[in-house]
Each structure stands twice: as C-alpha cells, then as structure tokens.
Design a binder for this molecule. Structure first.
Ligand code: 4NP
Length: 161
C-alpha cells in the first residue's frame, strides 16, 4: 500500500498545491512514485475547482522549472481516514483541521509542514496571497526545504527503498 500525504492550506490555490507538486517532483526523482501518493486541499470553499494561482505557478516555474497541476477542493472529513499524514501550512490551517476531528482520533496524523524544515527556522508557511512576488518565491524555498525533510522522515519510518 502506498503512503498517502495530504497538503492543506486555506484556499488550495497557492501553498498546498505547490507543496503537492514539489513533493511529487522529489518523489519522481527518487523513483518512489508507486510508494508515495500526494494530494492537496483547502480548509475553505473559496476557490473550489480553480487551478493554482498564476503568481504561484510563475514562482514554481521560475525557481524549479515545474508547472503546478490540480484543481482546488475543500478538505473533507473522510480525508482523515484516507490519508496517512496531513500537512498544514500554518497554525490556523492546523487548528481548523483539528477542529473537524471531533473525537481527536486522528490528531497524530496532522502536522505542521515547517516541522520538516531543516535550513529555514520558519514555523509556518506564510500566506502569500495578498503580498508581492517575493512572498511567492519564499513559499517555494520553504516548501523545497520542508519536502526534502518530509521525504527523509517517511523514508526513515518506512524504509521505502
Ligand atoms: P493559499 O492562499 O491558502 O495558500 O491557497 C490563499 C488563497 C486564497 C485566499 C487566501 C489565501 N483568499 O483569501 O481567497
């Protein structure tokens, strides 16, 4: 059975689709595409069905040469059961996810993305939506760091090779 990761932010058009696509890029580079599956979702319904934000896509394209794929969807309760690890981009996302876990039975599956950073000391992935280009570039840098740490974490737990 493949290990399933779900990346979650507010709108599912900036940070979480970037995390999903960067992680998929790393997974492909490491020949682990049949072992780890990624998806992303938003805690809000604001952008359901929308493609990733074009400013976010421009940053991913410029810094990593990747195109962001996917359409926004809202986080749903069944995601708790369906995914092995749920990565929240900021504390508000984290709280909003845990709030939906009324019995607390899934709380160990939910983590902050920046827990897996090693080069950056940020504790959250800042929301870039109302800011300038630098905010989008920073999201990419932070997520590359976190995704590398996350892949190492999963590898240590699961001995994927
Ligand atoms: P995301 O960014 O949560 O990283 O996808 C945002 C997207 C949309 C909004 C806020 C943040 N919004 O307020 O519509």
């Amino acid at each position: 059975m493949a290990y399933k990761l779900l990346f979650v932010c507010l709108g599912n058009i900036c940070r979480s689709p970037s995390a999903e696509n960067i992680m998929n890029h790393l997974i492909a580079e490491n020949n682990l595409s049949d072992r780890i599956i990624c998806d992303s979702a938003g805690t809000s319904s604001y952008h359901i069905g929308s493609p990733p934000d074009r400013r976010m896509n421009a940053a991913a394209s410029k810094k990593l040469g990747i195109q962001l794929r996917g359409r926004a969807r809202q986080f749903e309760i069944s995601d708790f059961r369906d995914f092995d690890l749920i990565l929240a981009m900021d504390r508000e996302n984290y709280q909003n996810i845990l709030y939906l876990d009324s019995t607390g039975q899934y709380q160990d599956k939910v983590r902050l993305m920046c827990d897996f950073c090693s080069r950056y000391s940020f504790t959250e992935v800042p929301d870039p939506y109302y800011g300038g280009v630098e905010g989008f570039n920073q999201v990419i840098d932070l997520l590359v760091d976190a995704c590398e740490g996350l892949l190492e974490h999963i590898n240590n737990q699961k001995s994927l090779h």
